[in-house]
Write a protein that binds this ligand. Structure first.
Ligand code: OSB
Ligand code: MG
Length: 345
């Protein structure tokens, strides 16, 4: 939009003669750093996981240094550019604006238990010392409800509070049956894929429903509220476009929130943890212990101690596990396309 002299332009600095300059400004968006400046200080890393999670055994990410620190660009490889552009906005915010002010120095985190066989649960839970909440993945393709029941039972023996995450895999009748079979949980995250289905399950079962994909992958994150489809909002910083976006969303969603990682590297996790540390109210453990699932990270991981992680600045190690030149070129091209999308927004 073009502001004319004398118009009501909040960004304009009056000249000595009192007249307002004419210039183009994208209202309410901080200026984007040039794409070549971002890429000049960027690295593409390839991080092996200790346990397969969400089908991922190697997590790729681009990290870059800005004026205020480091940012991460790591949309999952199957995401399209429009969705991935939100992740870039989040990385740029972290690197050029830095974190919002913290109101707490400890963020309780859940143990994250991938869809492993029940006899592997103890080894996973042990990576999250002191966690009193565990989030258990259920409804994995190729597994049965019996597998889920057994896995959750194994977790319950070790951790007092259990939440489950179906990643939208159940239809409504299956969700109702599964929730009944699994029994008492803190909440069920994204039992079904769509908002009407979430609302339908929520009307029948008496455990709270949390929305994740229905918020972070929706055109309008507030549709969930209007449809009365959830009790809790799971908010992820990178997919939602950054720390301040998540804090603003928290203020407009009239429900409890949980901040959760998107399998962030330590750089992305710093932004996620800072967001959780800046929330005015935090009633639930957050999904920010996933650094414990990495074999190797870009800096010392946010590994929970005493069930909590704390906000801190992260500087990547000097020696990084760099991706191949081919993968680095793929990420650079992707970042360029996403930057162009942000420029046009
Ligand atoms: O919330 C957690 O405990 C860990 C984060 C997590 O589960 C996750 C990580 C990457 C992508 C999707 C999800 C998810 O919540 O569905
Ligand atoms: Mg989820």
């Amino acid at each position: 939009m073009v502001y004319q002299p004398g118009s009501n332009n909040p960004f304009a600095i009056p000249s000595k003669h009192g007249e307002m300059p004419t210039f183009v400004v994208r209202a309410s968006k901080p200026q984007l750093p040039p794409v070549d400046l971002i890429l000049e200080n960027a690295h593409v890393v390839s991080l092996p996981m200790r346990t397969r999670f969400r089908g991922i055994t190697v997590r790729e990410a681009m990290i870059f240094r800005g004026l205020k620190g480091w940012g991460e660009f790591a949309p999952f490889v199957e995401y399209d550019d429009v969705e991935a552009a939100n992740w870039l906005a989040a990385g740029i915010e972290a690197a050029w604006q830095g974190p919002p002010p913290a109101v707490r120095d400890a963020v309780p985190v859940n143990a994250t238990v991938p869809a492993v066989p029940a006899d592997e649960v103890a080894e996973i839970v042990a990576r999250f010392p002191g966690a009193t909440t565990a989030k258990v993945k259920v409804a994995e393709a190729g597994q049965s409800l019996h597998d889920d029941v057994e896995r959750v039972a194994a977790v319950r023996e070790l951790v007092p509070r259990v939440r489950i995450d179906a990643n939208g895999a159940w239809d409504v009748p299956t969700a109702i049956e599964a929730i009944e079979a699994i029994g008492d949980v803190e909440y069920v995250e994204q039992p079904c894929a769509t908002i009407p289905e979430l609302a339908a399950v929520r009307r029948v079962v008496n455990v709270p429903i949390a929305a994740d994909e229905s918020i972070r992958r929706a055109d309008d994150p507030l549709l969930v509220v209007r449809a009365d489809a959830a009790d809790i909002a799971v908010l992820k910083v990178a997919p939602l476009g950054g720390m301040r976006k998540v804090l603003a969303l928290n203020a407009s969603l009239r429900m409890d929130v949980v901040i959760s990682s998107a399998l962030d590297t330590a750089v992305g996790m710093a932004a996620s943890v800072s967001t959780a540390a800046a929330l005015p109210v935090l009633e639930h453990a957050c999904g920010l212990g996933t650094g414990a699932l990495f074999e190797r990270d870009v800096a010392p991981s946010f590994v929970p101690r005493g069930g909590v992680v704390g906000p801190r600045l992260v500087t990547p190690d000097d020696e990084l596990p760099l991706a191949s030149p081919e993968r680095a070129a793929w990420w650079e091209a992707r970042l360029r396309r996403c930057h162009a999308i942000l420029m046009a927004r």
